[in-house]
Design a protein around this ligand. Structure first.
Ligand code: URA
Ligand code: SF4
Length: 484
C-alpha cells in the first residue's frame, strides 16, 4: 500500500496519477489522501508524490477522460480520486474504449458524479444573490451560497466575467472568492450555520478582514483553475476593529502586490497558448455526451476567453434533421443551451407551423462561443470572423459524424458558408434542397431567425418571415417525402 498525498485539485491528482502509472502501481494498492481524510491505514507506507520531476509518460489517454476528470475533481466525495485512477488504469491497460461502456460500474459512477458537479455549477451561476454593502470606500457586494461540491475555483472566473465592474465576495462553507475589479483571490470558507441572505452583511463585516488577511492567507491571482490550498476553515478569530476598518484598503494593496492584471488581460491569461482550431480538443468517441463535455474545455480560438461557456448542440442522437445557427446569443451563453432566446422562440414557433417537431431535431451553431461587444451592462452580438468559424468547424463535423442527419439546415450565411464555402449565397439558394452535400444527403439554407428579428421595416419583416416559413415548409416536406 502506498499513500498518494495530494492537494484536492485536478492538477495534483494528475501529477500523482502519472507517477503511479509509471511505477505500475495498481489501483487497489493506493491510498489517496487529499487532506480531507485524517486517518491512514496502519500498513500504508507514506509516499509523498512529488509535484515536479515526474516525466510525461507515453500513455495515450482519451481527451474526453481528462475533461471529465477535471470536472470530477470539484466533487466532494474523496472516492473521486481512486475512481479516477481506477478508470485511468483500465483505460491504459487494455480497455481503451472503456468510457463508451456506460453500464460499467466505474463509468456509470463517473458520469453520475460529473453530472452532479455540472448541475451544482449551473445552480451556483443561477442562484447566487448579491447584497449591496455600503462602505466608505464605495459599494461592495457579498453573497453566501452553499454548493454541494467544492466548486468555488470553478465559478470564480465566471462571476468575474459576469460582474466585472462590481467588487464582490462570495462566501461558501468551503472557500470564499473575492473580485476587486482587477483580480480574483481565494480564501477559506466560513463555517457559518446562520448565514442566510440576511446574514451576509454581518458575515462580510466579520470575516472580510480575517479571510483576506495577507499574513494568513496566501493570495494569488487566478490564472486557470486555482489550486485550492486554503480550504480549511480558519479557527474563528476575534473581530479586530482596526483590521476591519482598513480591510478594503489592505485588499487593494494585496492585489497590487500580487500583480493584479487589468480585467481584460486577466481574461487572456486564462488561455494557454491559443491553438488554431478546435480539432485538438475533440476526443475520439461515439458518444455525444463525451463530445459535449470535451467541448467545455475547447480553446480552439480566443472566443472562449470572454464567453461564459461553450454552448454545444442539443437534441437526440438519432435526429433526422440538424439545424445550424451562427453562434449562441446572450441568453444561450448564460444557459449553456442553443436557441433558447428570442431567435429560438421564433424558430420553435415556425417549426411548429410547418409540422417539424423540434424535439426530434438536433440544433447547434457554427461557432460555439458567444462573441460580443460590451456596451455598458449589455453584451451586443458581434459576428464571428472566418478564422473563428474555421476554428470551430471541427465540432460541427464531429456532431454530424455522430448524428448523421438526413437533412442539414443552415440558418443564415455564417452557417451556410461554414458548410458550403464562402461562395455560397443564402439570398440566391435559400429554400432549395441540395442533394448529396458532404454534410448530409440533403442540405438547405434559409435566413437566420435573429436576422429576421432585426429587420426594422415591418413590411420587409413580414415578407422575410413568410419566406422563412416557406423555406422551412420545403424542408418539412423533403424530410417526410424522401426516403433513403
Ligand atoms: N442565434 C444563433 O445563431 N444561435 C443561437 O443559439 C441563438 C441565436
Ligand atoms: Fe472552441 Fe469554437 Fe469556442 Fe473557438 S468558438 S473556443 S473553436 S468552441
Amino acid at each position: 500500500m502506498v499513500e498518494a498525498k495530494i492537494e484536492p485539485t485536478f492538477e495534483a491528482w494528475r501529477t500523482a496519477a502519472r507517477a503511479m502509472l509509471l511505477s505500475d502501481t495498481r489501483p487497489a494498492d493506493i491510498f489517496w489522501n487529499d487532506g480531507s481524510t485524517a486517518t491512514l491505514p496502519l500498513f500504508a507506507t507514506s509516499q509523498l508524490v512529488s509535484q515536479t520531476n515526474v516525466p510525461t509518460p507515453l500513455f495515450t489517454i482519451p481527451r474526453g477522460f481528462l475533461a471529465l476528470a477535471k470536472t470530477l475533481a470539484f466533487h466532494r466525495d474523496i472516492e473521486r480520486w481512486p475512481l479516477l485512477y481506477r478508470i485511468l488504469h483500465r483505460l491504459t491497460h487494455g480497455e481503451p474504449e472503456l468510457l463508451e461502456i456506460v453500464v460499467d460500474d466505474d463509468v456509470y459512477r463517473l458520469l453520475e458524479m460529473e453530472k452532479s458537479v455540472r448541475r451544482d455549477i449551473h445552480k451556483m451561476h443561477a442562484f447566487v444573490r448579491f447584497r449591496k454593502i455600503e462602505q466608505n470606500t464605495g459599494e461592495v457586494y457579498a453573497a453566501f451560497h452553499r454548493p454541494d461540491h467544492l466548486i468555488v475555483p470553478a465559478i470564480g472566473p465566471w462571476f468575474a466575467r459576469r460582474f466585472p465592474v462590481m467588487r464582490w465576495t462570495i462566501f461558501t462553507p468551503d472557500a470564499s472568492v473575492i473580485w476587486n475589479g482587477t483580480g480574483l483571490a481565494y480564501g477559506p470558507g466560513v463555517a457559518s450555520s446562520t448565514a442566510d441572505e440576511d446574514g451576509v452583511e454581518d458575515l462580510w463585516l466579520t470575516y472580510y478582514a480575517n479571510i483576506f488577511n495577507p499574513a494568513r492567507v496566501k493570495i494569488s491571482i487566478m490564472k486557470k483553475e486555482m489550486p485550492v490550498r486554503h480550504w480549511q476553515t480558519l479557527p474563528e478569530t476575534r473581530l479586530i476593529d482596526e483590521l476591519l476598518r482598513d480591510a478594503p484598503a489592505r485588499v487593494e494593496e494585496m492585489m497590487k502586490r500580487t500583480q493584479a492584471l487589468p480585467a481584460s488581460e486577466y481574461k487572456n491569461t486564462a488561455a494557454n497558448a491559443p491553438s488554431h482550431t478546435a480539432a485538438e480538443f475533440i476526443p475520439q468517441t461515439t458518444r455525444l455526451s463525451v463530445l459535449h463535455t470535451a467541448s467545455q474545455d475547447c480553446k480552439g480560438c480566443d472566443l472562449y476567453c470572454h464567453a461564459t461557456q461553450t454552448v454545444f448542440g442539443q437534441g437526440p442522437t438519432d435526429a433526422v434533421a440538424m439545424f445550424v445557427g451562427e453562434q449562441p446569443g446572450d441568453q444561450e451563453d448564460l444557459a449553456g443551451q442553443p436557441f433558447i432566446g428570442p431567435a429560438g422562440q421564433l424558430l420553435d414557433e415556425i417549426l411548429q407551423q410547418v409540422g417539424i417537431n423540434r424535439l426530434q431535431c438536433y440544433v447547434t451553431n457554427a461557432v460555439k462561443h458567444f462573441k460580443f461587444e460590451p456596451r455598458g451592462q449589455r453584451r451586443i452580438h458581434s459576428k464571428p470572423n472566418a478564422r473563428e468559424v474555421n476554428a470551430c468547424r471541427p465540432w460541427l463535423e464531429a456532431e454530424v459524424a455522430l448524428i448523421k442527419p438526413r437533412m442539414m439546415i443552415a440558418l443564415g450565411a455564417t452557417a451556410a458558408q461554414s458548410m458550403m464555402g464562402p461562395q455560397f449565397r443564402v439570398t440566391a439558394s435559400h429554400g432549395k434542397v441540395l442533394e448529396n452535400s458532404r454534410w448530409a444527403p440533403w442540405f438547405m439554407a434559409t435566413i437566420h431567425p435573429s436576422a429576421l428579428l432585426r429587420i426594422p421595416d415591418p413590411k420587409l419583416k413580414a415578407e422575410s418571415r413568410q419566406q422563412f416559413i416557406e423555406d422551412l415548409m420545403v424542408a418539412s416536406v423533403a424530410m417526410r417525402s424522401r426516403t433513403r
